[in-house]
Write a protein that binds this ligand. Structure first.
Ligand code: NI
Length: 284
């Protein structure tokens, strides 16, 4: 696929050179480097990117690109159907070397994405490949603190020490900046909100997988409450959750686009703010 993009990109480049570069504007190396700092995959995809940001899109999309992550969202969602409902599956407390890859297999087989809120203590050499696989499948990696402390029990420094090292570790191991926080236990107060520099992502559907550890209980809860714009809470460290996902993900993918939290917010027109809580991105 990469090869094909490369060839079509080169053809485009050749055509535009023949036409005297009049119709397609290409970014300078400096611009591409900036973009690379934000999303990390410019070199492999630059022909594809230049097609996207060429011509009339340059002004509308290109200017945003240099100031924030909107361009990344634009790129990752450009093939979605805005009229088809979409949801964000979220998985906390991992990654786990015994269960997370099985979940990634299911997501991959269904061309589905999810968001993983990872715990820093689980990140290291043995799980780096899992994070890279998440990125390669288009999944999002969020911050679930260093050691799953309840942030509302900590002072300002304590909160920073639970969040910042995990942001750094996620960037180091996955190659992608971490945009989102899921506070452990969903526990947030004014001090937490004022201290963090990222949006706080809660959920509107708790599958209670952590409690039941039973696919026959997890599946009906999700089926009953799922709707366009919902954020569903699950945990990729429990084998019964993976078992439930074998049924749920193919079923949900029939009706919904399974997207990341950042993609869902972008598609629903919500600009997430640091320190703000988000439970869902439903339209009403
Ligand atoms: Ni948790």
């Amino acid at each position: 696929m990469k090869k094909l993009l490369g060839i079509s990109g080169m053809l485009l480049l050749a055509c535009s050179m023949l036409l005297g570069c009049a119709r397609t504007k290409f970014y300078s190396q400096e611009d591409l480097n900036k973009l690379h700092d934000v999303i990390g995959f410019v070199e492999e995809e630059q022909f594809e990117l230049q097609k996207v940001i060429g011509d009339s899109l340059t002004t509308k999309v290109g200017e945003k690109m240099m100031t924030d992550m909107d361009f990344v969202d634009y790129l990752t969602t450009k093939d979605y159907d805005p009229d088809k409902p979409m949801i964000a599956l979220t998985f906390d407390d991992g990654p786990s070397t015994s269960t997370t890859n099985d979940l990634l297999d299911i997501l991959e087989a269904n061309n589905a994405k999810a968001t993983f809120f990872v715990v820093g203590d689980n990140l290291g050499e043995n799980t780096a490949d899992i994070l890279k696989r998440m990125v390669s499948l288009g999944c999002e990696i969020g911050n679930h603190s260093v050691s799953h402390e309840q942030l509302t029990t900590l002072d300002r420094d304590g909160i920073v020490n639970q969040i910042e090292p995990n942001n750094e570790k996620i960037l180091e191991l996955s190659g992608r900046p971490c945009r989102l926080i899921r506070p452990p236990y969903g526990s947030v107060d004014e001090n937490v909100k004022a201290t963090v520099n990222q949006p706080l992502i809660l959920w509107d559907i708790d599958s209670l997988d952590w409690k039941s550890k039973d696919p026959d209980k997890i599946i009906p809860i999700v089926r009953e409450y799922v709707a366009d714009g919902t954020i569903i809470l699950m945990h990729d460290i429990h084998a019964p959750t993976i078992e439930a996902c074998k049924t749920l993900i193919p079923e949900l993918a029939q009706k919904y686009q399974l997207v990341t939290v950042s993609e869902l917010a972008y598609m629903k027109g919500v600009k997430m703010e640091a320190g703000e809580k988000y439970f869902d991105f439903c339209d009403d």
